[in-house]
Design a protein around this ligand. Structure first.
Ligand code: PMP
Length: 407
């Protein structure tokens, strides 16, 4: 028998499946109320426009041939150009050479880390951070340093040496909070002083439900330097939350110098993203992106509002939560000493409500980071207001029980 354990690379050392996944298999999946993962609502996918786009490709042999052939590693040129124009019209002037199409923005995060991290390098991350980014970075064996919560504490003398800082400025996963304009400017200052790059995750930037848009780090950096070629920013974008995640179309925008290297990584990793999916997506976004964004915002705004109202009604006074202006998540904080991991486990195993414990969003081995174990993340995107309400009421009852037991 092959001893697979002995053959695994060092980087697989920290990669383990969670125990709760095993126990979940014992539950009746159809009864679970999903407030955990941030999946988009399938009711808002653009089915008819995608069907029409598909029909148009199959009825035109020249386009069908392109759709079934390998795409260029950089991506389907008309889609790259469309994204460059889109970014330009949203305050970040760039050209086709500044765009690489990726298989979702998850691949962009992986490639950026592959580009920049050698084992032992320092990676700076917001605390807490998107799990998928942390797991992608983990494979390149960095040491982590947390970006302190308050920008007053962003001192180059203490935060130097990192290769990059990973941030999701708009409606962060997992907290739902948004970086202010002053914080964005301060982070650009810190990057300039330390020489690190900024990896900006723009996953949710189109999903704003109220308040004013704030320019992205990429847009601000281009404003400062006058030209995308001079900025320290790599920006990842995606159509997963605005069109549909299964198409797996995302992009990285940045200086052409870095994009050229990233294209080589793309080539070695999977050659190219599906030409068919890129063509379908382009047909749909050309005329329909704004409408899709509007539908998503209308649906998710109502779900956010409903969940905030139910939290108010159901939770003990000592529980706090964020009030996001967009995105898909609300971050909760139980009183000190009440464990969020236990809360999430009991919610699932005893009340059939899936949520994610806050501790999951902290990097391993970060020198300056205290894990806030009394936290949890809720998502309001995937299910309707009624089942979500039932779920939150159950969470409220459990929180009351756990808070009184800990008093
Ligand atoms: N960034 C963030 C913050 C996310 O939450 C996600 C997925 N939910 C991604 C990136 C990756 O999404 P995709 O690969 O579908 O673009």
């Amino acid at each position: 028998m092959t001893d697979w354990q002995a053959l695994y690379a060092d980087r697989m050392g920290g990669v383990v499946a969670s125990d709760i996944r095993e126990r979940m298999k014992l539950l009746d999946a159809s009864q679970i109320i999903h407030l955990g993962g941030g999946l988009p609502d399938p009711d808002i996918f653009p089915y008819e426009p995608l069907a029409a786009a598909s029909q148009a490709i199959w009825s035109d042999r020249a386009r069908a041939r392109t759709a079934l052939q390998y795409a260029p590693s950089e991506g389907h040129a008309p889609l790259r150009q469309w994204i460059a124009d889109y970014m330009t019209s949203h305050g970040a002037p760039c050209a086709i050479d500044n765009i690489l199409i990726t298989n979702g923005s998850q691949q962009g995060l992986d490639f950026a880390a592959k580009l920049l991290l050698s084992p032992g390098d320092l990676a700076m991350v917001e605390i807490p951070s998107f799990i998928g980014a942390l797991r992608a970075f983990d494979a390149y064996q960095p040491r982590y340093i947390g970006l302190p919560e308050r920008s007053e504490d962003w001192r180059a003398s203490e935060l130097g040496g990192a290769k990059f800082c990973y941030v999701g400025p708009d409606f962060r996963n997992p907290t739902g909070t948004t970086m202010t304009l002053a914080e964005r400017e301060a982070l650009l200052d810190l990057a300039a002083e330390t020489g690190m790059a900024l990896l900006e995750d723009g996953c949710y930037e189109q999903l704003r439900y109220d308040g004013e848009d704030i320019p992205s780090l990429l847009a601000l950096a281009i404003g400062r330097h006058g030209d995308i070629e001079k900025v320290p920013v790599l920006h990842t974008g995606t159509f997963s939350k605005t069109i549909a995640p299964s198409l797996r179309i995302g992009w990285i925008a940045g200086p052409a110098e870095a994009i050229r290297k990233l294209v080589l990584i793309k080539q070695a990793s999977d050659l190219a993203t599906s030409a068919l999916n890129q063509m379908l997506l382009l047909d749909v976004v050309k005329t329909g992106l704004d409408a899709s964004i509007q539908t998503a915002c209308t649906v998710y705004r109502a779900r956010r509002d409903a969940m905030l109202r139910t939290l108010e009604e159901a939770m003990p006074d000592t529980v706090r939560w964020t009030r996001p202006e967009g995105g898909l998540y609300i971050w909760g904080e139980l009183p000190e000493g009440v464990d969020g991991t236990r809360f999430a486990e009991r919610a699932l195993l005893e009340h059939s409500v899936s949520i994610i414990s806050g501790a999951a969003f902290y990097p391993a081995r970060a020198a300056n980071v205290d894990v806030r174990r009394n936290t949890f993340r809720l998502s309001f995107s995937m299910i309707g207001e009624e089942p979500a309400r039932t779920g939150v009421l159950r969470l409220g009852a459990l929180a009351h029980e756990m808070v009184s037991a800990s008093a």
